[in-house]
Design a protein around this ligand. Structure first.
Ligand code: FAD
Length: 573
């Protein structure tokens, strides 16, 4: 039986997946995995949770679900894959069909012949380019080694202050981890005006920010790091931004990552420096005998049709399988991504898929965004949590564009986001989501699921029935600008509205929605009205009632008081 030599460069998610799939299909082929780190195939996505103490032992990130350690021995014995750890691939000679590697333990070099190469080199953290970034107490946390060192230092109690730079998913998670388990004073510094830039639109980003602040993380937005200096007697470092200084014992950088494409570029393969190695749907590079996938490969975004950089653990697994199949002689295709993600900060889950409202606008679309707040399961079944979900769709075509959410019930949230992601991949419309069949029972769902409700709300907005403002617009209009001719019509019950009426006096009118049709005469026609209720449902009912009576001076508040409170925009007890 003809055998082939396959050299896989990079031994983490994608590399290990390709090796295992290929050996199952072609047991006689020689598969060699080259990895520069001392460990292979560990779950780097578990690092923030190890730092937070949710995962007690680092070993947990290195084991299979059946508790085998993914060691060199495991791969060699159980999978028959040759493993070369602490080995760097230096160059690919495409003429001679050889990969030149260097063994880090003895600096010896060797050339490995190949029939096929797989580039599984992943991504590398973006480094901080300011004076002082090289100081020893400044570190990224993307490898097992770094995670082990940082957790050891935190657990010894020597660190009392941490500055995290970058409020992306990893930065927010690191800040929560340092503050939560270790009680360390933590500051999170970000250049954008919001946390999770690019991932969440402002309404939901505000909720995450509020959650981090409530749990003790100091957040500094729109701050650019200028320098990191050695500190004084009390703290090792001082972080200097355009507008502030923070003394700290440790700086953790989380500035995002970029594709690791050096080998591909040197080998003359087609590469987009910002997005990764260019591949076709079979995940072949411009050289059909060299495949690439996961963090180092450029991905096709199925909504924009553009090439993007996107890395995610499940993506690496799915692409690994496609590559393994194709190497073995199969014909698997990978169509593209819609950009789904999830994370957890303290006890708050955040997840999203597709385009944000801001990204959709950048694409030149005319999007509509519906912010919906609903319980994760039936209100009469105990212990319901709220889900805050924002759905984005194209106003013209009603095509679904994206969704983002936060909730303390992460399982419920991620399930909903994943169902929307499945529709996004099909180019589905609001009507498809409104009619999406969701399995339902009171302990797990409401009778009409939040994803269906969000589609209905967006449809109502597109049709012009539901005219609504966002929590930020409410803050600006009602709390900051506060013109005389603007008032709130609170359509909740009297007990809920009373503190607000007491606080805002004649700027806050209460007429419960169930009494509204008998009290139209009390509704001012000479003022601009913002209708509010708890989550946005009753205010929409009230809006429709007023519209039928010829009122044209009213809009609803999306997500209601629940959203304002969750975002920390209105705190009245
Ligand atoms: C801290 C952290 C948290 C994360 N959290 C999540 C999460 O919650 N959800 C999620 O979906 N994703 C998460 N990710 C991302 C996810 O882990 C990656 O997208 C996924 O692992 C990509 O897999 P990959 O195999 O393509 O690349 P990588 O995991 O980046 O692996 C590439 C490997 O190639 C090796 N390598 C590179 N160049 C060479 C060379 N020349 N010679 C030898 N070896 C080389 C590297 O050492 C590395 O081990 C997280 C990542 C990190 C670091």
């Amino acid at each position: 039986m003809a055998t082939k030599n396959v050299v896989i460069i990079g031994g983490m998610t994608l590399g290990a997946k390709v090796a295992c799939r290929l050996k199952r299909l072609q047991p006689h082929w020689q598969v060699t995995l080259v990895e520069q780190q001392p460990d292979i195939a560990y779950a780097s996505c578990g690092i923030p949770y190890f730092l937070a103490g949710d995962v007690p032992e680092l070993q947990g990130l290195m084991t299979t679900s059946f508790h085998m350690v993914r060691s060199t021995n495991f791969f060699e014995n159980a999978k028959d894959v040759r493993i070369k750890i602490r080995t760097v691939a230096l160059a690919i000679d495409r003429q001679a069909k050889k990969v030149r590697v260097c063994y880090l333990d003895n600096a010896q070099e060797e050339e490995l012949p190949y029939d096929f190469v797989v580039l599984a080199t992943g991504s590398q953290p973006v480094s901080l380019a300011v004076p002082g970034a090289e100081l020893s107490d400044v570190s990224a946390v993307s490898t097992l080694k770094e995670a082990r060192e940082i957790r050891d230092r935190l657990s010894r109690g020597k660190i009392t202050r941490v500055v995290v730079i970058g409020a992306g998913l990893q930065g927010c998670q690191l800040a929560a981890a340092a503050s939560d388990l270790w009680g360390v004073e933590t500051s999170l510094i970000e250049t954008s005006p919001q946390v999770l830039p690019g991932l969440l639109d402002p309404p939901l980003a505000r909720m995450v920010q509020q959650h981090l602040q409530e749990r003790g993380v100091e957040i500094l937005l729109q701050e650019t790091i200028k320098e990191i200096r050695p500190g004084g007697a009390d703290h090792a470092l001082e972080v200097v931004t355009g507008g502030s200084r923070r003394a700290t014992d440790l700086v953790l950088t989380a500035l995002g990552s970029k594709p690791q494409t050096k080998l591909a570029e040197q080998a003359g393969l087609l590469v987009s420096p910002a997005h990764g190695i260019i591949v076709n749907q079979r995940l072949q590079t411009s050289d059909p005998e060299i495949y690439a996938g996961g963090g180092c490969a450029a991905q096709l975004h199925l909504i924009t049709g553009k090439s993007v950089y996107f890395h995610e653990v499940s993506l690496a697994h799915r692409q690994g399988r496609v590559i393994g199949t194709n190497l073995a002689g199969g014909a698997a295709l990978f169509p593209g991504i819609v950009g789904s993600f999830a994370g957890k900060m303290f006890d708050l889950a955040v997840a999203g898929t597709g385009l944000t409202l801001a990204a959709a606008r950048q694409e030149g679309l005319e999007p509509v965004a519906a912010l919906v707040v609903q319980q994760d399961h039936a209100h009469f079944y105990p212990q319901a949590d709220l889900i805050y979900l924002q759905l984005v769709a194209d106003r013209q075509t009603q095509r679904l564009l994206g969704a983002q959410g936060v909730s303390h019930n992460g399982d419920a949230l991620v399930g909903r986001i994943s169902s929307i992601a499945a529709l996004l991949q099909q180019g589905a419309s609001l009507a498809d989501l409104a009619n999406l069949e969701m399995a339902s029972t009171p302990p797990f769902t409401t009778a009409l699921d939040i994803v269906n409700a969000a589609a209905n709300t967006a449809e109502n907005m597109v049709a012009g029935y539901n005219q609504a403002i966002t929590p930020e617009e409410f803050q600006r209009l009602f709390l900051e600008e506060a013109p005389d001719n603007l008032m709130v019509l609170d359509v909740r019950g009297a007990a809920n509205a009373a503190p607000f009426v007491g606080y805002f006096k004649d700027r806050w009118l209460n007429i419960p929605q169930e009494t509204l049709r008998h009290r139209f005469s009390e509704v001012p026609r000479d003022k601009r009205l913002i209708l509010v209720c708890n989550a946005g449902l009753r205010s929409y009912e009230a809006l429709r009632q007023l519209q039928t009576q010829g009122f044209t001076n009213a809009v609803g508040l999306q997500g209601g008081i629940a959203s304002l409170k969750k975002a920390g925009l209105l705190t009245i007890t």
